[in-house]
Design a protein around this ligand. Sequence first.
Ligand code: PMP
Length: 409
Amino acid sequence: AFTADIVPQAPEDPLFGLMAAYRKDTFAQKVDLGIGAYRDDNAKPWVLPVVKKADKIIADDPDLNHEYLPIAGLQQFTSASQRLSLGADSPAIKEGRVASLQTISGTGAVHLGALFLSKFYKYSGQTPTGYFSNPTWANHGQIFDTARLSHKTYRYFSPTTKGLDFEGMMSDIKATPEGSIILLHACAHNPTGVDPTQEQWKQIAQVMAQRRQFPFFDTAYQGFASGDLNKDAWAIRYFIAQGFELCIAQSYAKNFGLYGERAGCFHFVTAPGSDAQSTITRIASQLAILQRSEISNPPAYGARIASLVLNTPELFAEWEANLRTMSGRIIEMRTQLRAKLEQLGTPGTWNHITDQIGMFSFTGLSEKQVLKIREDAHVYMTKNGRISMAGLNSHNIDYFAKAVDKVVR
Ligand code: PMP
């Protein structure tokens, strides 16, 4: 019989725990640099103006109802998502070798991909292991565990340069068994903010092709990193152009500010070839069964908003401008933070603050310093020294720079 008393206590999610601690803190100048969600210059969540506009158009639609979406989600949304990620002129789309399902944001897309690979991906009769960058988004491991896929890591971040350990990464990927699943962050790596250059991506692709590895792209920050949607999708498009069979987990949480609406998409791309279409039809049929058994069909609201914007040229242009507002403010905070630390003569080098990109920066602060800065200055960041750049603004950046200066001296 099931005995409830043998269920062990699980630890609290560190990030959501940090959020709760921040909320409880009554200190007026407290600073939240924990969760990866965009904030405006007044530390407030920002509803993108284009999302407000789309929201109104949808609400005024007399034909709007709350019927179920199809199992694979809103078709206009998933096809626009393909174009956004793979590129409108992608040969993979033209050749009909992409299967796409709307998912519960990026998390759901990673999960659906992991579940599918766990069930169907065999290499020499074995289910391959997944390899993650060290470090990676904390949820990757849990999601693979839930899908019963084993996982290990490859070197990625160099604590000395606070940049990419490219040699370590290459030699670890080379050393993984043939057919391994290699999880790659398409842009704006979480938590480090460190991405390979295009030249480095080419070398990574070359090694992975030699080793017949399976790329699993996680793309949660397209357009948010550089402000340019195409630039941020470069790696994915390059791998597809090399003929890889791969999958993509796409999130609209950050780039549309649709965090709680859970809008995302999963794409499986087969390699070119005469049987590509029949393969993709079979893959899509299996993905549909997995989806049906888990969520039946995805939620409509966020996908409707994103779909309207993605499929309406004027709204799309406005979205791009909104993306530039967000990425521009973050880049400005990077510049200012580095300048302030350098002005203060804070021990250490601070070029990594402006070299790293996207939502996060790996400051290099130790766990001890992170706890001290929380205790002394009420500044909240994750234990690994990661800060969400979006939590900084013109009102708190001086305060934060001084607190960092104090804690590293
Ligand atoms: N992957 C990475 C690397 C992320 O940083 C995130 C967001 N924190 C996600 C996936 C998915 O987030 P969501 O489920 O909110 O789209």
